[in-house]
Write a protein that binds this ligand. Structure first.
Ligand SMILES: *[C@@H]1O[C@H](CO)[C@@H](O)[C@H](O)[C@H]1NC(C)=O
Ligand SMILES: *[C@@H]1O[C@H](CO)[C@@H](O)[C@H](O)[C@H]1NC(C)=O
Ligand SMILES: *[C@@H]1O[C@H](CO)[C@@H](O)[C@H](O)[C@H]1NC(C)=O
Length: 405
């Protein structure tokens, strides 16, 4: 999430459509989330809130990021241009300067929100077995003891919920016909490393229940160029202490289990926050079109990898879910508000209440890419179709660029 395109939360007010039939749109982007979700058939994952969203939505089962790195992936899907066109492949370049001053999906009208406690991202706050605090990758925490007394995704959720209430008119009363539609994009940091999450989420995944990756060995004959040595893990104190050999590892099995446990726990934590957000959205603006994506995947020990970066399936495949009452469930769509199926009251802070719904999502197994997101949302919002990019990416750049440096 180091890139500047990804705003933790930003809001766009579509203009000139007062009183129209245009829908509200909520875009949820989860950083480094591969489909470790119940609704994607992961039997270990406990993600009841995202599953409940999926049950009312279309789940794209073969969706892929354009590149397994946050900056290039987000620059790509938020402008609907492939990295071959943007020619932005790193997380440091500012996309408006480097790729082109394009119109982006969240061309915002409000100041983006950045959760203050993200400033402590790399602080030594992870309790080690020695009883002192470290900069570990595996980082279950007691939230109240954290600097600022919170965590970024908790702050982002609170902010988003209060923004929605404000939009609804300052009260928690459902507005049947909002005068003006909104576009709200909410970004979640977890399960991006460090795997920092409220420690009670560990209860969902006893370490003995966490399996290792089934194919956890270096592929025979792997060309070095296809390998990423997961340097962003190695400098962390818990990994450094394991003396893992460079560049191929492997991590010892006991620690591989901890990282996998941490990733799942961080995902359940994010799911619980998304549950809070969706409860508010469904109460105040139940007709909202909701798009839910991960920006790319992450290898959890498959091929001996612990990272994004690669072009392996686990690093490029993403969850991609779109809920649109008006189309997905046509039978209930006409009066989606009154016939909205009741969401189960799930609170993951009390893990035992976690259950998943019996309803089934509509699954689509055709190939889908994150560059499809932008034109799809434009279409669903009833806006004029986006112009096609010219075939030749160079002429595309000269046609579409505004101020180019
Ligand atoms: C790692 O190497 C250091 C220094 O050589 C050594 O003190 C430590 O015991 C090693 N740790 C493991 C887990 O092998
Ligand atoms: C539902 O589907 C029917 C037939 O495809 C179509 O005519 C109708 O407009 C749809 N309703 C909504 C609300 O999209
Ligand atoms: C992009 O274009 C806008 C509108 O013309 C301009 O205000 C902004 O400074 C440009 N940004 C860059 C980085 O060129």
């Amino acid at each position: 999430m180091e890139n500047r395109l990804l705003l933790s939360l930003l809001a766009l007010v579509a203009t000139g459509v007062c009183g129209s039939d245009q829908p509200n749109v909520l875009l949820i982007i989860v950083d480094d989330l591969r489909p470790v979700l119940g609704c994607y058939g992961d039997s270990l994952a406990i993600t009841p809130n995202i599953d409940a969203l999926a049950h009312d939505a279309t789940v794209f089962t073969r969706a892929y990021a354009q590149q397994a790195l946050c900056g290039p992936s987000r620059t790509s899907f938020l402008t609907s241009r492939r990295p071959d066109t943007t020619r932005l492949y790193d997380v440091h370049s500012y996309w408006r300067k480097h790729a082109g001053n394009f119109t982006s999906l969240p061309h915002w009208s409000e100041t983006p929100y950045h959760p203050p406690t993200q400033a402590h991202k790399q602080d030594p706050v992870c309790l080690g077995p020695d009883g002192s605090l470290h900069t570990n990758i595996y980082c279950p925490v007691q939230v109240e003891e954290q600097p600022g007394g919170s965590l970024p995704d908790i702050e982002t959720t609170r902010y988003s919920v209060s923004w929605l209430k404000k939009w609804a008119g300052g009260t928690a009363v459902r507005r049947e016909a909002p005068a003006q539609p909104f576009f709200l994009a909410v970004g979640y940091h977890k399960p991006h490393i460090p795997l920092k999450f409220p420690k009670q989420f560990l209860d969902l995944y006893p370490i003995s229940s966490v399996p290792l990756a089934p194919n956890r060995w270096l592929p025979k004959g792997l060309p070095p160029v296809a390998w990423n040595p997961w340097n962003d893990l190695r400098w962390r104190e818990d990994i450094a202490a394991l003396n893992v050999s460079f560049p191929y590892g492997p991590l010892p099995d006991f620690y591989a289990r901890y990282i996998r446990q941490g990733y799942y726990a961080a995902t359940s934590y994010t799911d619980s926050l998304i549950g809070e957000l969706l409860t508010t959205v469904d109460h105040l603006f139940p007709d909202t079109i909701i798009a839910f994506i991960g920006d790319h995947g992450w290898a959890l020990g498959e091929h001996q990898e612990w990272s994004k970066f690669s072009n392996f399936e686990v690093s490029t495949r993403v969850p991609f879910i779109i809920r649109n009452w008006r189309r997905t469930h046509n039978d209930t769509a006409a009066h989606g508000i009154s016939q909205h199926p009741q969401k189960q009251d799930v609170n993951l802070y009390h893990p035992k209440s976690a259950k998943s719904s019996a309803r089934k999502p509509v699954e689509y197994s055709g190939l889908v890419e994150l560059v499809d997101l932008f034109p799809t949302l434009v279409d669903l919002a009833g806006l004029p179709t986006l112009p096609q990019c010219p075939r030749d990416s160079k002429s595309g750049q000269s046609l579409h660029r505004g101020n180019e440096s």
